[in-house]
Design a protein around this ligand. Structure first.
Ligand SMILES: Cc1ncc(COP(=O)(O)O)c(C=O)c1O
Length: 440
């Protein structure tokens, strides 16, 4: 039955699913009804391994009691308070704890509800900062091809994923994109590639073309996640940092996926030893349990914006009804406590070598054109069969029948195991994937 002719009594018809082939889903629903630890359960009660930590957001696994209890307690005490002109203690505690985990100097934290909100907030903060310092002409934003910064207008505009942009016909003006860093010379290299640091010089070219005093910010994911785990070449992020510093451009790292341990340190900026001016984060901040995001900035950015505002006046006309929602703050505090007390980021470090070695071993599987990864993020790219992305999607659907939930970025099969997974569970995920690729 086509979507148009489905009956309005059809239980699936009213929910318009995000980033989903809705009509295909109606024909072949992949329903998840329960989850525990690193497993989901389907409608028949069968187990499925969570190979992608949800959407990279639930690294501790599902159903952590401490988080659930903290949220329930908070909801009993205070379910909501307006975040504009009023505060809740948990929000201040969470901001302090996040600041303590961030690279030195990045210590002012603004909360939102999603990674998309964080990206747009960061871009707006960059514009506000320059204006506050008398450089209101700095409005140009630089993103990167194959970047993903969510779906709101700002993030979409600096993002570099064609289907996400094309359908909407327009975006912000004054945006340029660096070239992406997925270059042939680095294929099959696990970790940072040897080649391509000079791709960062694209930023210098935009400076030469538009003038250094026109560019507000450059935003990149340290590791591009949604387009299939594109690891930066050695020295690339450092070079971007140098060019930004030289020309007064704010460097924003979108750490919505990499934040909170994915690369073995709290933030990828620490893993790569490069400190941006602004970091966005979301997902693993609450272990995916309650929507929450944050934007952290250097204190001098906040200070410039504060100083430009009238005394006792609102400094930044920006915020969300659900900024610092008490339930999300409680979930965040409980999550960070587990990261700390259970040494979770060290666990990532210990799981990483075997994981990356196994992902790299797909090199020998027929039809594999690249393998790449860093930390507990890995991708196996396949030669397309049929239209681009068709093979990847078929494997995703088959994987669901074989007990594995994973991500497909086009024809790149992406694994991002929960940090709570055992080495055996990670091997099982990779074994299922290997068989599916061989059969595809
Ligand atoms: C790097 C990055 N930025 C922003 C987002 C958007 O986050 P959300 O879906 O919570 O809006 C994502 C989501 O995957 C992401 O990976």
């Amino acid at each position: 039955m086509s979507a148009a002719t489905r009956s309005s009594n059809d239980p699936l018809i009213h929910h318009w699913m995000p980033f989903t082939a809705n009509r295909q889903f109606h024909e072949q629903p992949r329903m998840i009804t329960r989850a525990e630890g690193v497993y989901y359960y389907n409608t028949r009660g069968e187990k499925l391994l969570d190979g992608s930590s949800g959407l990279y957001c639930i690294p501790l696994g599902h159903g952590r009691r401490e988080i659930r209890e903290a949220v329930a307690k908070q909801m009993e005490e205070l379910d909501y308070a307006p975040p504009f002109q009023y505060g809740v203690p948990t929000a201040f505690r969470l901001a302090t704890e996040v600041a303590q985990m961030l690279p030195e100097g990045i210590n002012r934290v603004f909360f939102g509800g999603s990674g998309s909100e964080a990206a747009d907030t960061a871009l707006k903060m960059a514009l506000a900062y320059h204006r506050a310092r008398g450089e209101a002409q700095r409005v140009r934003l630089i993103g990167r091809e194959r970047g993903y910064h969510g779906v709101n207008l700002g993030g979409m505009s600096v993002g570099g994923m064609m289907p996400n942009r094309k359908a909407f016909s327009t975006g912000l003006p004054g945006v340029s994109h660096l070239r992406h860093t997925h270059i042939k010379e680095n294929y099959f290299q696990m970790g940072e590639g040897e080649h391509g640091a000079d791709l960062a010089d694209d930023l210098e070219r935009f400076v030469n073309l538009h003038g250094p005093d026109t560019i507000a910010a450059c935003i990149v994911e340290p590791i591009a996640g949604s387009t299939g785990i594109l690891v930066p070449p050695k020295g690339y992020l450092k070079r971007l940092r140098e060019i930004c510093t030289k020309h007064g451009i704010l460097l924003i790292f979108d750490e919505v996926i990499t934040g909170f341990g994915r690369t073995g340190e709290a933030f990828a900026s620490q893993t790569f030893g490069v400190t941006p001016d602004i970091i966005t984060m979301a997902k693993a901040l609450t272990n995916g349990s309650i929507p929450m995001a944050a934007v952290a900035v250097k204190d001098e950015i906040q200070q410039a914006i504060f100083e430009a505002a009238p005394e006792n006046g609102i400094e930044l006309f920006h915020g969300y009804t659900y900024s610092a929602h008490p339930a999300a703050c409680a979930a965040g505090l409980a999550t960070l406590k587990i990261y700390r007390e259970e040494g979770i980021f060290d666990r990532v470090k210990s799981l990483t070598p075997a994981f990356l070695e196994q992902v790299g071993s797909f090199k020998d599987v027929e039809g594999v054109v690249d393998t790449r990864g860093h930390g507990l993020l890995g991708a196996v790219e396949l030669a397309p069969k049929g239209k681009p992305g068709e093979r990847g999607f078929k494997i995703l659907c088959k994987a669901f029948e074989r007990g594995l939930v994973l991500r497909a970025a086009g024809d790149s099969m992406v694994l991002a195991p929960p940090f709570a997974a055992t080495p055996d569970q990670i091997s099982e995920m990779l074994d299922i994937l290997r068989k599916l690729i061989q059969e595809s």
